[in-house]
Design a protein around this ligand. Structure first.
Ligand code: NI
Length: 194
C-alpha cells in the first residue's frame, strides 16, 4: 500500500492541477471578450441608407464616437481624420472613417449630413434608434453620458478614442492622431495590403 501511496498522491495532485488549469481556461473566454472591441451593427448613414459593419469589409477603417453639438473634441478629431485621409492620397481611396453619434436624439441623418459636409467625404456618419446606438457603444466599450447645461439644454461626455479596424473589421488598436498626417496615413495604408 505504501508503495502505491506516493504515485497515487502524485496522480491526484496531477488531476487537481489539470482541473484548476481547465477551470482557468473555461473562465477565460469572458475575459477575452472583455478585451475585444467592436462587433456587428446596423445603423443609418447620413444619406438615409441602412448600413452594417459588413459594408465596411475590404479596407481598413477608423471609428470615432461623438456628436454634432460637441464644441471642440469632435470637430478637431474629424478635422484630423480628414487630414489623414487626404494625406493617404489616391492610394487611400477605399479608406473609410465612421463617425457614430452618441447623441441619436439630436443627430438625425439630416443633421449628420449637413455637419459632415465640412469634412472628408469618406467619413460616414452613423445614427440610429437609441437602442441600436446603445448596443454599438457597448460593443466598442464607449462611455457616453448626457450632462445638463445651465440653459436647460444638454451636452455629452464621451470617450474620444479613435479605433483602427482592419479590412476584416477586427479591432487593431487605438489610432494615434497626434502625429503628422503623413505618418498616420502611412500607418493606415499598411492595413490595405492585408
Ligand atoms: Ni465630442
Amino acid at each position: 500500500m505504501r508503495r502505491l501511496a506516493l504515485p497515487l498522491a502524485a496522480f491526484t495532485a496531477g488531476v487537481v492541477l489539470i482541473a484548476v488549469a481547465l477551470l482557468a481556461f473555461v473562465g477565460q473566454p469572458a475575459q477575452r471578450q472583455a478585451a475585444s472591441v467592436g462587433g456587428p451593427f446596423s445603423l443609418t448613414a447620413q444619406d438615409g441608407r441602412t448600413v452594417t459593419d459588413a459594408d465596411f469589409r475590404g479596407a481598413p477603417y477608423l471609428v470615432f464616437f461623438g456628436f454634432t453639438h460637441c464644441p471642440d473634441v469632435c470637430p478637431t478629431t474629424l478635422f484630423e481624420i480628414s487630414e489623414v485621409l487626404r494625406a493617404a492620397g489616391t492610394e487611400g481611396q477605399r479608406l473609410k472613417a465612421l463617425f457614430i453619434t452618441v447623441d441619436p436624439e439630436r443627430d438625425t441623418p439630416e443633421v449628420m449630413k449637413s455637419y459632415l459636409a465640412s469634412f472628408d467625404p469618406r467619413i460616414v456618419g452613423l445614427t440610429g434608434s437609441p437602442e441600436a446606438v446603445a448596443r454599438v457603444l457597448k460593443a466598442y466599450k464607449v462611455y457616453a453620458r448626457k450632462v445638463p447645461t445651465s440653459d436647460g439644454d444638454y451636452t455629452m461626455d464621451h470617450t474620444a478614442m479613435v479605433y483602427l479596424m482592419d479590412a476584416e473589421g477586427r479591432f487593431v488598436n487605438g489610432f494615434d492622431l497626434k502625429r503628422p498626417p503623413d505618418a498616420a496615413a502611412r500607418d493606415l495604408l499598411r492595413y490595405l495590403a492585408t
